[in-house]
Design a protein around this ligand. Structure first.
Ligand code: FAD
Length: 427
């Protein structure tokens, strides 16, 4: 039997170098330094990371199948820290952080450019990198004391320590004002009690940035504070390994409990009762970097689909020749191009220190819907093979769905946008 009869188009037939679809128009918006960074990040991601990503996914799978609890977390942590070390050596970490703490100080837009390129390579360590170095650490830079910055930022940028962020609880998600976790000051110690759910990388982290209510008599927006909680502290217990049940290929995600966790007074992050402000500030940066990373994955899905469509023959011609397919590709390309510009605009605002809550929400909403639509279309272009694990589309698809829920759902973005728009009319 002719072996070729068994073979359709495989991933090996996709030859174009990742990133080919980024429009010249977008790079025209970038400064010369940003353009150079984009090319450097892309070359590193495509040459060093992308070829190793399938093997790393396999290793994560094997560890999860073979080990449990601490042993499993220690092994996953090894992969995550090794990944960060590789990125650090290539100069791909720390754009958000000044040089004095081990960063490059290049800024939020630079971080977004790196995020797009790294995400397009599809390494499983990416979710840990983004929570550890953005979500869990950015508030320390913005609101931490000098001692906190010196203690926490350099080891995280060196890939020696990991962090995560704990906002969500079993009873609260979108409505952070109903937070149940409490922190009470006793002498010179804060005592924390409560639970945090869906903490990405929480099982691998040395510290989690935790939000808790410190003044129950005030409106929660004026009675919430932020803390740096060591995960090996007595009273911290991981209750459930949630990545076991999460739809996407998640490396680590936990539900943990805090029972009389007493931490030094100095672990308060930012002013007392200003936690809501710390959270909103963190979310602006989280949303733009998350947007660009998700766009990087959607770009990969688009590029694979576009090339596939030129090779897959049905009805005696490449499917790209059918307008139903080529117009779909045109729409995907347009959506990605527009979304990237929006992210870049908002990143520049945050970098300049301008209030960007409205723009972050607009960007998050638009990008989440864009990414979902583009990846759904990519799967359609590939047909049945796109639904299998032979191609990366299905895993990008599952992660893309999360974007419409995590870091503030589509509905919460609409609520924020409507509130700001109507506030402008009311004055
Ligand atoms: C894989 C994964 C990773 C995560 N990582 C983290 C993490 O690292 N740290 C962390 O703290 N959290 C994390 N989360 C939690 C995530 O941020 C929440 O799931 C998200 O904020 C939504 O909260 P919820 O799930 O409680 O949904 P809910 O708030 O219960 O919302 C349910 C539905 O109701 C809608 N809804 C709620 N309020 C309104 C309203 N006012 N108007 C209209 N519709 C509304 C929502 O849009 C949604 O559709 C993660 C979640 C997942 C799945």
């Amino acid at each position: 039997m002719d072996e070729d009869l068994f073979k359709g188009i495989t991933l090996d037939d996709i030859k174009m170098a990742g990133g080919w679809s980024v429009s010249a128009g977008q790079t025209h918006l970038y400064t010369p330094k940003e353009r150079e960074l984009m090319l450097r990040a892309r070359a590193f991601a495509q040459q060093e990371l992308a070829p190793k990503a399938p093997e790393a996914h396999q290793k994560v799978k094997e560890i999860k199948a073979r080990y449990e609890g601490k042993e499993r977390r220690a092994r996953l942590r090894e992969i995550a820290t090794a990944y960060l070390k590789t990125l650090g050596e290539a100069g791909m970490l720390g754009a958000l952080y000044p040089e004095q703490y081990g960063g490059s100080g290049s800024g939020v837009a630079a971080q977004c450019i790196i995020d797009e390129e790294l995400a397009a390579a599809g390494h499983p360590g990416e979710s840990i990198r983004s929570v550890s170095l953005t979500l869990g650490t950015i508030s320390i830079l913005r609101f931490g004391t000098e001692a906190q910055k010196k203690r926490h930022i350099p080891p995280r940028l060196a890939g020696k320590e990991l962090s995560a962020i704990g906002i969500t609880e079993p009873q609260i998600g979108s409505d952070t004002s109903r937070m149940q976790t409490r922190a009470v000051l006793k002498g010179d110690r804060w005592i924390l009690n409560g639970q945090k759910r869906f903490v990405t990388g929480g099982g691998l982290a040395d510290h989690v940035t935790v939000f808790a209510i410190t003044d129950t008599s005030a409106h929660p927006h004026k009675g919430m504070s932020c803390f740096i909680v060591p995960m090996d502290h007595p009273g911290v217990t991981i209750r459930r390994q949630l990545d076991e049940v999460i739809m996407a290929d998640w490396m680590d995600n936990v539900h943990f409990e805090m029972n009389d966790v007493d931490i030094p007074k100095e672990n308060l992050l930012g002013p007392l009762n200003a936690g809501y402000h710390v959270l909103m500030d963190e979310l602006d940066t989280e949303r733009v970097t998350y947007c660009m990373a998700s766009l990087g994955s959607a770009r990969r899905a688009f590029e694979v689909a576009a090339e596939y469509s030129t090779k897959r023959v049905q009805f005696k011609q490449p499917i790209a020749m059918f307008e139903g397919v080529s117009f779909r590709l045109a729409e995907m390309y347009t959506r990605i191009d527009a979304a990237r510009q929006l992210v870049y605009r908002t990143a520049k605002m945050i970098e300049a220190g301008a209030p960007a809550q409205l723009e972050s929400a607009v960007t998050k909403l638009f990008v989440a819907e864009t990414v979902w639509k583009v990846v759904d279309d990519a799967m359609q272009v590939l047909g049945g093979i796109g639904y299998t694990t032979d191609f990366p589309i299905q895993s990008i698809f599952r992660n893309a769905r999360l974007m419409r829920i995590g870091a503030g759902s589509d509905e919460i973005m609409k609520f924020l946008i409507a509130r700001e728009v109507l506030r402008q009319i009311k004055g």
